[in-house]
Structure formats: C-alpha cells, structure tokens
Write a protein that binds this ligand. Structure first.
Ligand SMILES: *Cc1c(COP(=O)(O)O)cnc(C)c1O
Length: 429
C-alpha cells in the first residue's frame, strides 16, 4: 500500500481496479455471470456465514459492480459502498437498514421531484414517513426530529432550484439527535463536494447522471462513511441487535465500520434485489475516468451561460449559486468551492407560455427528463418531473410554472449560448 493519498483524478481512473488476475486485462472485465463456483462445500459455507469474503451470486455482489462501488467509495472518502439498480433504489437501500414501521425521516422540501414523490407517497406503504422542512431553517430541522426520526435527508445542490445545502450545519443537528445525515450528492458529484468530510454518514448517488455522464445508464450507489456508531442507542436494532433476517448476526458489534455495507448486501440486496447489473457498472466506470475533466468544463460552461442569461433583458431571473448575485453564492464557496454545478433554472419574461415556446425552439439542447449528460439538456420541470407535485410544492422545490431547467453540457459554450439566444428570439416572436 502506498501511504500518500492519491488525488481525485488518479482515484477516478485507478481506484477499485487492478489488472484482471485471470488474464491480465488492463480494463475491468464485464463479469457477465450470475454465479461463482465454490472451491468446496466448506468454502461455500464460509461465504454464506460472512466468515470469508467472496462472490456467491450476482444479486448480492459481482466483480464489475464491486469495482465501481470501490471507486465511488474512494472518491467519496467512505468505508464501504454498494451499487444499485437506480438512484431511487439507492435511496431505499440507504434507508432500509435504519427504518421500520412507524419511523420517519426529516427531509429537505427542496429535493428532486421524484424523491419528494417517493418519500411523500410510496414509502408510506412500508409504514415509513417523511417530514419535509426548509433545511435553511435549522431550528425547524431540529424541531422536526422526534423520537421516531431515523435520518435527515438532503441534496448537496438541490435539483432543480440550485439551492446549496449547509451540510456541516445539518450534520451537527443529526449528531446531536444521534441519527445519520444522508446526502444525495448526485448533482455535485464527489468532484465538487465530499459530504462525508462535512459530517454526512451516508451518501447516495444517481449514477445515471454525472458519474456515467453520457445518458446511457440507470444506476445508483450508496456510500457509507463507516463512522456512525449504530450501537450508541436502541434506534437501529437491525444493525446493533441480533438480526433475525441473517441468523441472528449482530452486524455493528461484529463488523464495525463495515456493518452498514454488509447489512446492505447480505439483507438489502438479497431480499429487495435492487441490484446493479455488470454492463451498467462498466459504462459508469468508463464515465468516472473522465469525471474531473467533465465537471470542470460543465461548471465553466454553466457560469458563462448563467452570466449571459442574467444580463439579458428577456430574462426575469436566473437561479445559479455560481452567480455573485445569488443568495447561495457565499455558501457555495464553502460547500462546493470548485463550482456550483451545471444545473440551474431561469425564468423568461412572459411566463409559462414563453417557457413552452422556448423549449419547442431549441436545436442544440435536447428536451429530455435527464441531467448530467455531456449534452446540454432543457426541461420545463413544472409540467414534467415535478408534475405530480402541488403548485405550492413546485414553488418550494424551485420548479415554479414560469421557470425552465437547464443542465449545461460540455459542448463549446458559444454554441450553447447561440442556441438559447435563437430559441428565446423565436419564443418571443
Ligand atoms: C435523477 C435523480 C435521482 C433518481 O435517480 P434515478 O437513477 O433516476 O433513479 C435522485 N436524486 C437526484 C438528485 C436525481 O437527479
């Protein structure tokens, strides 16, 4: 082991990867296999008992998926990680070891619209619930945490409003309450922000977005800091007490900092089956090799486009934390010092009608329900991704009917601006 910590771009290319022991293949092979041959009956028994670590069945672990999990874990500075079938699956997987019927989470009211729906509707079927609060109001966050609260959940840079979350402040509240802070780091990526260094316990990702980076994959990741003491209270019995779902194993006392990760594999992936596939993991691994380069260009372009929009008389406002005029600019310098991402909204004068015409007139931008692609993307959140929300929830989430969301790509910035310019002209004609 080399003791000098390696830099981000080095880890993005090398972490989790070694030449394939069987063939010497330099790139990580796509291990397209369901099962793995046991050496003998004793080996099989040891694997099932977690006495020896190895591959059993690809619903649990797969070498290509494990390489990706190890890479994202290294980039986030975590202790363990798992791959999941989507970002939404990762959110359920992050909550699963912590929750039970009657338990709740305190979540930011400014989350990705799909997450608000998942938390306000679907998790109720499990007997879980979410209380949504404005995470800028730290008093309200603390007050919302009750004896049944099992986590605080936020996004680093909230999609689509571009709000930057004060992660250290939320981590301090979580600490005081003896619960973990879960941060969805999808829109920032570990290149712009490492939430674990700011006190987060768990980090979740939609690998669908910037990690893969080119709109080819649906995937998710959960990273655990390994630092939370699950046995400090009786709040997390699945980790601190004998777990009946795994022949009475007590995960935290036995496995320490790897308790959450092993629980997620041995029970979560085993029984919920929200597993990432090796082909998807391969694409994401390819994407991550250039994550640093791409994020630099994404941010550079986003700043230029936001500045151009802000000075244009056809524009009412731009919500990009990278702009000096933005109320989150000061916080952005602390939380995401390398840049406030490449996702923001703006409102054109003329409201809803003009927004819709603008979207119908772009040529370089793609009108899609995705973000974090190399390509520039545009969408009217209120009528699409945030459609299931009430207008009040839309406004709170930063997706009011008069704004469009941009995900700025890594094309030549002059072409991105020229496309918006011609579409705005057409929208007002
Ligand atoms: C897209 C997204 C998700 C959901 O991820 P999927 O891979 O689409 O399931 C969660 N959080 C954020 C911030 C997202 O942008």
């Amino acid at each position: 082991m080399n003791d000098t910590p390696q830099g981000f771009d080095t880890l993005a290319i090398h972490a989790g990867a070694a030449p394939d022991p069987a063939t010497g293949a330099r790139q990580i092979p796509i291990y397209q296999t369901t099962a793995y041959v046991f050496r003998d009956a004793d080996h099989a028994a040891k694997l099932f008992n977690l006495q020896e670590i190895g591959y059993i069945y690809s619903r649990l672990t797969n070498p290509t998926v494990s390489a990706l999990a190890a890479r994202v874990c290294a980039l986030e500075g975590g202790a363990g990680a798992i791959g999941c079938s989507s970002g939404h699956a990762a959110q359920i997987m992050a909550l699963f070891p912590l929750m039970g019927p009657g338990k709740n989470i305190v979540a930011s009211s400014r989350l990705y619209g799909g997450t608000i729906t998942q938390f306000s509707q679907t998790i109720k079927r499990f007997g879980w619930s979410a209380k949504f609060v404005d995470t800028d109001d730290l008093g309200a966050v603390a007050k919302a945490c009750d004896r049944n609260t099992r986590a605080i959940f936020c996004e680093t840079i909230a999609n689509p409003g571009g709000y930057v979350t004060d992660i250290p402040a939320l981590a301090r509240i979580a600490d005081k309450k003896g619960i973990p802070l879960i941060v969805d780091n999808t829109t920032a990526t570990p290149y712009l922000c490492r939430p674990i260094e700011m006190g987060a316990t768990l980090v979740v990702h939609s690998a669908t977005k910037y990690l893969t980076g080119n709109g080819t994959v649906t995937g998710g990741i959960v990273v655990d800091s390994g630092k939370f003491n699950w046995s400090a209270s009786d709040k997390f019995p699945s980790l601190s007490q004998p777990e009946p779902a795994y022949h009475g194993l007590t995960f935290h006392p036995t496995l320490g900092g790897m308790a959450f990760t092993f629980h997620s594999i041995a029970i979560g992936l085993r029984d919920l089956g929200m597993t990432m596939n090796p082909q998807g993991a391969h694409y994401t691994l390819m994407g991550i090799e250039t994550l640093g380069l791409r994020m630099q260009r994404h941010v550079e372009n986003a700043v230029k486009v936001a500045q151009w929009l802000e000075q244009d008389p056809r524009v009412e406002f731009v919500t990009y934390a990278g702009l000096k005029s933005n109320p989150y600019n000061k916080r952005a310098k602390k939380i995401v010092p390398k840049g406030a991402g490449a996702l923001f909204t703006f409102a054109m004068k003329g409201g809803y009608e003009t927004c819709v015409k603008l979207i119908d007139n772009v040529k370089l931008f793609s009108h899609v329900a995705n973000l974090g692609d190399t390509r520039s993307l545009i969408i009217h959140s209120a009528s699409t991704t945030h459609r299931q929300l009430t207008e009040e929830q839309q406004v709170k989430a930063g997706a009011a009917p008069n704004v469009v969301r941009l995900s700025i790509g890594i094309e030549d910035v002059a072409d991105i601006i020229a496309d918006l310019d011609q579409a705005m002209t057409a929208a007002l004609a």
